[in-house]
Design a protein around this ligand. Sequence first.
Ligand SMILES: [Zn+2]
Length: 155
Amino acid sequence: MPALGDKLSLHIDWEHRYRLMRMHSCMHMLCAVVPAPVTGGSIRDGSGRLDFDLPDAPSRLELEEKLNEVIAGNHPMSYIWITDQEMQERPELVKTMSVRPPSGAGTVRLVRFGEADLQACGGTHVANSGEIGKVRVVSIKNKGRQNRRITVEFA
Ligand SMILES: [Zn+2]
């Protein structure tokens, strides 16, 4: 382990990081087109999925079209900081039911993609939704009562 005060060099695998940023940002766009609470999710290199508490499954092709439309809308990303108190008063800003944003630091970061999406998030994002590029909705699977798993990958 380095000692306290040692100087270190950090290298980021930018191509890998950028693909993760694009797919993570794509999950925000998915939230924008599926108006239901998120019950889980994960991101891999090149694909991502979210589980929604959604009684009726949407059509795969219709969803893919909507998703690509909102991505191509070139929504600029920005951060907004609000207080823990404001966060408590606006529970709709937390889309993921199982993961609450950390509180106690005094402020919570919101991520906005133009008019498309606004939610509390600590992830890494592209500067504009258009950077995500074209995607495919690979599958919409039924994972138990009111739980639809939607998987997306880069086209
Ligand atoms: Zn995010």
